[in-house]
Design a protein around this ligand. Structure first.
Ligand SMILES: NC(=O)c1ccc[n+]([C@@H]2O[C@H](COP(=O)([O-])OP(=O)(O)OC[C@H]3O[C@@H](n4cnc5c(N)ncnc54)[C@H](OP(=O)(O)O)[C@@H]3O)[C@@H](O)[C@H]2O)c1
Length: 364
């Protein structure tokens, strides 16, 4: 018997993304874990080159030696792997962390269905139910559910804001059907909106909130002291989870067998009210955000900014309420993550600063 053989062998999809990279940076510290990642070729970089770039970003220049890279694409049958390579991987993988997805709120983006629904189906075809699956879903499978959405809930007859939410809901349904007789092997992680690290605001990719902050910061720079018209419900809440807090929770459920087989709302226990969010922004940026519909006399930039953020602004209305009984039992969930003005300042500083955290700027 070979005692040196790692006891678990995990395949991570989505490792070049905001969430997957943060999870990977924790997994590499696990001594008895073989790590495989599925990576697409980039526009200018091969999968191994992308992994090397990720290692530099994570401060782990040894990443390429620690991790086995498979060039592939979840939207393709067998994840784009050759028949033999796919069979070998399926036979030796004890665990899958499936984080790959097209996180696009644009209703016309064809990648959403291909990556999120078809991609999940392809993962299941190779690995379910003999490998444990840690699915990175989203808390917004709750869609527009008007009631408190529980971790045990999925289909409560909810409507969805966009095709992305619907695709993640469909993917969760597929996964639950595939693990029906093996529920202990399926762990579902449902993050809320993911933002940068709590202490620094640093993020590998600038999405969602960052885009809106950049637009608002640009407006404030051009029109200091001006009004910015933004219709919102002041009492609704937004739920942001710092990516390092999320990665710690995913890492905890991955490494503690007692956590397996559950669903976790990996959300902030203190969502921020729109009214408070607005007050924080106004304390940081020299603008006044007024809660009203745009009029013809508002500047073109205000019109353009609202138009460009339209898909995201849907999240400023009717914030869902997530029940978190399983999440609250995680020790990692006790980490500080309050959405304070100081945190918003860090997000703004990073998101609008020169490094900008843009994917391309780190060679990914
Ligand atoms: N960001 C959020 O606010 C948020 C909130 C809730 C849940 N989530 C979930 O968290 C997970 C990770 O999202 P993220 O925030 O890390 O997004 P992200 O930064 O855009 O990363 C997405 C990852 O998926 C990979 N990917 C996309 N399509 C793929 C394909 N066809 N084949 C292989 N890999 C593919 C991307 O690879 P490339 O680098 O090649 O593009 C990237 O590694 C997703 O399941 C998402 O639904 C995210």
């Amino acid at each position: 018997m070979n005692d040196a053989r790692p006891s678990r062998s995990v395949l991570v999809t989505g490792a070049t993304g905001l969430v997957g990279s943060a999870v990977l940076s924790r997994l590499v510290a696990e001594p008895d874990l073989a790590i495989h990642v599925l990576v697409r070729p980039g526009r200018d970089a091969s999968p191994p080159e992308r992994l090397a770039a990720l290692g530099r970003y994570l401060g782990r220049p040894d990443l390429a030696d620690r991790v086995v890279v498979h060039a592939g694409d979840v939207a393709l049958p067998r994840l784009g792997l050759g028949a033999q390579a796919a069979a070998r991987l399926a036979a030796t993988t004890t665990d899958v962390i499936h984080a790959a997805a097209a996180v696009a709120l644009d209703p016309d983006d064809p990648a959403v269905l291909a990556a999120n629904v078809l991609g999940t189906r392809h993962v299941l075809e190779l690995f379910a139910p003999h490998s444990r699956l840690f699915l990175v879903s989203t808390a917004y499978v709750a869609g527009l559910c008007p009631d408190v959405f529980r971790e045990a809930d999925l289909d409560v007859g909810q409507a969805f804001r966009n095709a992305y939410e619907r695709s993640k809901f469909d993917a969760e349904r597929l996964v639950r059907a595939a693990y029906l007789g093996a529920a202990g092997s399926l762990t579902v992680c449902r993050p809320s909106i993911v933002v940068g690290e709590y202490a620094t605001g640093r993020a590998l990719k600038l999405m969602n909130l960052y885009q809106m902050l950049r637009l608002l910061a640009g407006f404030a720079q051009r029109h200091p002291g001006a009004e910015f018209a933004l219709e919102h419900d002041p009492e609704s809440t937004q739920n942001y989870i710092p990516v390092d807090c999320l990665a710690a929770m995913i890492h905890e459920v991955f490494t503690r067998p007692a956590c397996w087989g559950q669903t976790y709302h990996m959300v902030n226990d203190r969502p921020v009210r729109n009214a408070d969010f607005r007050a924080m922004l106004e304390a940081i940026l020299p603008i006044r955000i007024v809660n009203r519909a745009l009029t013809a006399s508002d500047p073109a930039f205000n019109h353009a900014a609202v138009r460009r953020s339209r898909d995201y602004l849907a999240y400023l209305r009717a914030g869902p309420r997530f029940h978190c009984a399983n999440r609250d039992r995680l020790s990692s969930a006790a980490a500080p993550m309050a959405f304070s003005q100081a945190f918003l300042e860090r997000l703004l500083r990073f998101g609008t600063g020169p490094q900008g955290g843009r994917h391309a700027s780190v060679g990914l």
